[in-house]
Design a protein around this ligand. Structure first.
Ligand code: PLP
Length: 378
């Protein structure tokens, strides 16, 4: 079955009592024992709405099993809890989602877990591996720098050392990038973003390459209880049904906008993996079937110009979120990455004038006209 068809059909449980095509929402927290082998309790995570989403994500990643969480950060922190103990060490890509970065720097010392932040080149990752390294975590494309990591190369290193490799696949989703097929062990998602796609929910997911890895995560989920609710699972399922058309259209829009920005006299630099000017364009083409809908660019004039643009933009919403069908614009220095030390921001390339775009489903011409008008005020 093709991925577009998987998005629409896999996992969905029709309403047998009425013939309704949507899975009903199953809100029960108590279930009578119908079958002694199947002990249903929502925190164990096998109610029908959650199973439906997991089956869709597993079909897209060609995986056996996965777990849903109450947020992307619950998914990421559960991976940390599942694979890292006191005395262990983790190798983590330096330019990673701000919340992930913050969790590591704020809490790992307290649990006596060592970590090395490294550049996203495979040789840097291999150099950072220690005898007690128990997890490699990467994110590609990275939020917000859009640097790419070679998933196959890093997975090869991880396998040689017997260390699980988790990849935050939020930006491209398995519709465009199948990280497990590239060799990763865990594909981690904030479902808040493209899977939902409608700015309606907060959720997370991890899809595992083996049942053994999945079982470790399931144990953490049962212990911490950071489960996705049936109501959120229902909306997430509805979102994934249209993932293919949204991803195709939003990335086509992004390509047009990136090309427009590339030619604009007030724009210093534009970064989009689909542009030949992206330093890793060849890798983008090799490991993904689409370039996604995230762009960053730098307005000439730094912080002041960035603020001016944000104050004058129409149509684009100023919001920290991304991946929805509405186009969003973010200024990382004052918004998503305000918690990250200025020196660290500089090191990963988040400059004061950097503006991040999450391109939505509107007409590309309207989106470009709004950018044109705002850039004229700078
Ligand atoms: C948003 C995001 C997260 C965190 O997800 P939440 O659902 O907000 O907890 C993690 N990784 C990436 C790449 C993200 O964009």
């Amino acid at each position: 079955m093709q991925k577009t068809t998987q998005c629409v059909h896999t996992g969905t449980r029709k309403d047998k009592s009425t013939g309704g095509l949507n899975s009903p929402i199953y809100p029960s927290s108590s279930f009578e024992y119908l079958d002694a082998a199947e002990n249903i309790y929502p925190r164990y995570y096998n109610t029908p709405n959650q199973r439906a989403v997991v089956e869709k994500l597993c079909a897209l990643e060609a995986a056996e099993d996965g777990i849903l969480f109450s947020s992307g950060m619950a998914a990421i922190s559960s991976v940390m809890i599942a694979f890292l103990s006191s005395g262990d060490h983790a190798v983590i890509q330096r330019d990673i989602y701000g919340g992930t970065h913050h969790f590591i720097t704020a809490d790992f010392d307290r649990f006596r877990i060592g970590y090395s932040f490294v550049a996203n080149r495979p040789e840097d990752i291999v150099a950072a591996v220690r005898p007690n390294t128990k997890l490699i975590l990467t994110e590609t494309p990275a939020n917000p720098t859009l640097k790419l990591t070679d998933v196959a190369a890093v997975s090869k290193i991880a396998r040689a050392h017997g260390i699980p490799h988790a990849v935050d696949n939020t930006f491209l989703t398995p519709y465009f990038q199948k990280v497990l097929a590239l060799g990763a062990d865990l594909s981690v998602h904030s479902t808040t973003k493209y899977f939902d796609g409608h700015n309606a929910t907060v959720g997370g997911a991890v899809v595992a390459a083996t049942q053994e890895l999945d079982d470790k995560l399931r144990f953490v989920l049962n212990a911490t209880g950071t489960i996705m609710s049936p109501q959120v699972a229902f909306l997430t399922l509805q979102g994934v049904k249209t993932l293919s058309v949204r991803m195709d259209r939003q990335s086509a829009n992004a390509m047009q906008i990136a090309e427009f920005l590339g030619k604009h006299s007030k724009v210093q630099t534009v970064c989009y993996p689909g542009l030949a000017s992206h330093p890793q364009h060849a890798l983008a083409k090799r490991q993904a079937s689409g370039f996604g809908a995230m762009i960053w660019f730098e307005v000439k004039g730094g912080l002041q110009a960035g603020k001016q643009l944000m104050d004058n933009i129409e149509l684009w919403s100023l919001a920290e979120n991304l991946g929805s069908l509405e186009s969003l614009i973010t200024h990382p220095v004052t918004m998503t990455h305000a918690d990250v030390e200025p020196a660290e921001r500089k090191r990963v390339g988040i400059t004061d004038g950097l503006v991040r775009l999450s391109v939505g489903l509107e007409d590309a011409e309207d989106l470009i006209a709004a950018l044109e008008q705002a850039l004229a005020t700078v």
